[in-house]
Structures are given as C-alpha cells and as structure tokens.
Design a binder for this molecule. Sequence first.
Ligand code: ZN
Length: 103
Amino acid sequence: MKKVKETALFSVFVAEEDIEREKSKAREIRHSKWWHQKCAQGVCFYCGSRVGSSNLTMDHVVPLIRGGRSIKNNLVPACKECNNNKKYLLPMEWKDYLKRRKE
Ligand SMILES: [Zn+2]
C-alpha cells in the first residue's frame, strides 16, 4: 500500500519538474534570434491579425501540461486574445474558434 502511494507522488513530482524545465527552455528561446524573426512580422499565428511584435506572446501549440515541449515546431507567436481564449477552450472548441476567426 505504502509503495503505491510513493509511486503516485513520484510521478507528480516528475511532471512538475518537466514543466519547469520546459518553461525555462521557453524563456531561453524567447531571447533567441529564431523567435525574434518569427515575431518580426507582428502577425498572430492563429488568427492572422497584425498586432505588432510587441503584442505577440509565445504559445505552446500542445500545452506543457498536456505533454507539449518547448521545441521550435511547438512554439508559435499568438496575439493576447488568442492566447487567452486558447487557455480556456478544449481542443475541440479551439478548432471551432479558429474556424470562426478565419472565415
Ligand atoms: Zn490571434
């Protein structure tokens, strides 16, 4: 019984550590030339709005909490509106949201 409990605690601990590691990787990437070039156009990846590079935020396409990583093909510039909306929507709802924005 005791052993099962320890294993459960351990896996939670590892997940949190993974997220912290990916967050710090994202912070590094935010200072990279690659990221600055990606934001240079000032265009949101999701809705295509021109909001200016200073209004873009870094978004993880697959959120860290769902096992996403801070790697280049999982990081996109998003406007604040899309970033906020994405946080509260389920993947299915997010797909509908994108469809509406692009119509
Ligand atoms: Zn947007």
